[in-house]
Design a protein around this ligand. Sequence first.
Ligand SMILES: Nc1ncnc2c1ncn2[C@@H]1O[C@H](COP(=O)(O)OP(=O)(O)O)[C@@H](O)[C@H]1O
Ligand SMILES: [Mg+2]
Length: 405
Amino acid sequence: MTSVHPFSRFFIRQGYPDFLDLPWNKPLASWPEHCSYIVEVERGLSRHEVVFINYNNEIFAIKELPTRVGEREYRLLRELEKKKLPSVLPVGFAHLQNDKEREGERSILITKFLDAIPYRSLFLKSGMERYQDRLLNAIAVLLVRLHLNGFYWGDCSLSNALFRRDAGELQAYLVDAETSEGPFDRLSNGQRQHDLMIMEENIDGALADLSMVVKLPESFTTFETGEKIKQQYLQLWEEITHEEIFASDEHYRIQERIHRINELGFSVDEVELIPTEEGNQLRMRVIVTDQNYHRNQLHALTGIEGEEKQARQIMNDIYELKATLSKRKKETIPLRSVAFHWTNKIYLPIITRLGLLDKVNKAPEIYCQILEHKWYLSEKAKHDVGLNTSVKDYARRFQKQTNSK
Ligand SMILES: Nc1ncnc2c1ncn2[C@@H]1O[C@H](COP(=O)(O)OP(=O)(O)O)[C@@H](O)[C@H]1O
Ligand SMILES: [Mg+2]
């Protein structure tokens, strides 16, 4: 007897709706005719059918793909989530069985909609020019982060990533893990090189296509952009993973190295020291976990979730406040109490004033823009204009855009 249910198995993550009233027995391509939840959003190019639904005021992406591939993508996205790597969040996965001929061969993957910018918008929309160059670095950093954590992407491309603003830079998120593998304890050099090769081909190909539609900036030569990203990747990889040898009495070299890695935003899990054969020198290997050093610090101190560069900028602001308050009180104030003061007396009032209290995703970025605006105004005025003036001026100039974004 065939089941009355259009799926044979359906996994749904805790905290999400059950989606049972979606038109499961219809091919995804025809959902727009059968389902009132469908919404249009900006999106990249895709191989499979992908639609977006607004379900109880939350947007989800739904992709139909062969079951074996879908299963693997769902599992991989869960692994990426466990490691807190930047990727779309898997919400559900269903094995479909409505098509008698190909029973069980099709599946549906549901991911939470990531409110981010597809690369084409960075080139096709005005006002995005300042971000175009940052795109290259964002991809290089994402590849380094995946590789450090033992993930092979297998299809790094402009369409398979999405971009979020991060304190004037961009942070890349992985959106398509269909061909990915991992986590391995360690990726081999061959795996890393293969991933870079695929990235180069994909990126140069996408830019060649894009150059037919729009004039690309000079820095984006279609045949060299992939190579540029590779060079940025290799430089960052070397900086993070190279081994150092130093004399046994040069202890400071350990802290120096950790500091440099933290400056790049990466966290150090372990430092391994091995005496060299001569015995009077040490070989240092640093185990780096992920680029979340400032994010973790900011979150632990204030509960605010931001991107890495936002968190770094905000931590600098908190350190500056620490210096000011300590000077005023003529004693060193602990970072924790400064962070408490900053959250309640500075951050929350500004966020409230700008009507961003319920937009927790956007608030840290706007706060960073206000800091930047303060530097801009202060430079023009040739003295520190203060945060209040910056908030006022920012609200006057940009508020309408902020709230509608
Ligand atoms: N969770 C999501 N949030 C935002 N956009 C998404 C999401 N999932 C997919 N997209 C958009 O849909 C496009 C296609 O998705 P992708 O998973 O790459 O499909 P395919 O496997 O067919 O290539 C992506 O480029 C992206 O723009
Ligand atoms: Mg894709």
